[in-house]
Design a protein around this ligand. Structure first.
Ligand SMILES: [Zn+2]
Length: 178
C-alpha cells in the first residue's frame, strides 16, 4: 500500500491545511515563505503543493501540485480528496491542527497545566512541537457553544454520525475548523 500523501499548503490555504491535519495528513504551511522556497521544499520532500496561485503553477512548475479552485475550505478539501482518490475522510486526532506536529496522549499522572485543569486527563492530547494541549471533550465543546457546521459533519460522516465521531468533530475540530 502506498504511504499517505504529504502536502504543503500556501499562505492562502491555512484553513485547508488544518482540515487535512485533522484527517491525519502531514500538511506543512509556511505563510511567510516566498513561492520559490515553497516549491523547492515541496519538490525536495515529495509533497503535493496546494495553491490557488495560477502564476506560481505556470512559472515555477512544481513536481506535484493541485491548483485549488474554490475559496471555501470544505470544497477545497473535497477537491484534494478527489484529485488523489483518497479514502473517505475520518478525524484522527493524531496531528496538531495549528502546527502539524504529532499529538500524543498527555501522560497519566502528569498534572495538566492550569488552563487545562478542568479537562479529564484521558481526553488531553499533547503536541510535541508547539507544546499545546488539545482536549476532545464533548461537554466543553457544548459549553463553549462550538459545534461543527452541518456541512462539515456531512463531509466527515457521509453515512452516519457515530457518537464518537460527532463528539470529536464538535470538540476537536470546531474551534479552529470553520
Ligand atoms: Zn502544535
Amino acid at each position: 500500500m502506498n504511504p499517505p500523501p504529504r502536502f504543503l499548503a500556501d499562505a492562502m490555504l491555512i484553513r485547508l491545511a488544518r482540515w487535512l491535519r485533522a484527517l491525519g495528513y502531514d500538511t506543512a504551511c509556511y505563510p511567510s515563505w516566498p513561492d520559490s522556497a515553497l516549491v523547492a521544499l515541496a519538490n525536495r520532500e515529495g509533497r503535493w503543493l496546494l495553491t490557488r496561485d495560477r502564476a506560481l503553477v505556470r512559472e515555477l512548475r512544481p513536481d506535484r501540485v493541485i491548483a485549488i479552485e474554490s475559496q471555501r475550505p470544505l470544497a477545497q478539501l473535497t477537491q484534494v480528496l478527489e484529485a488523489l482518490t483518497l479514502p473517505p475522510p475520518q478525524l484522527r486526532f493524531d496531528r496538531c491542527l495549528l502546527c502539524n506536529g504529532p499529538l500524543t496522549d498527555w501522560l497519566v499522572g502528569r498534572p495538566p497545566p492550569q488552563y487545562a485543569s478542568h479537562c479529564a486527563i484521558a481526553r488531553l492530547r499533547h503536541c510535541a512541537d508547539c507544546q499545546r494541549l488539545l482536549a476532545r471533550s464533548p461537554r466543553q465543546a457544548h459549553e463553549r457553544g462550538t459545534q461543527a457546521s452541518p456541512a462539515a459533519n456531512k463531509l466527515l460522516n457521509p453515512r452516519s454520525s457515530s457518537p464518537q465521531t460527532a463528539a470529536m468533530t464538535s470538540a476537536y475540530a470546531a474551534p479552529v475548523l470553520t
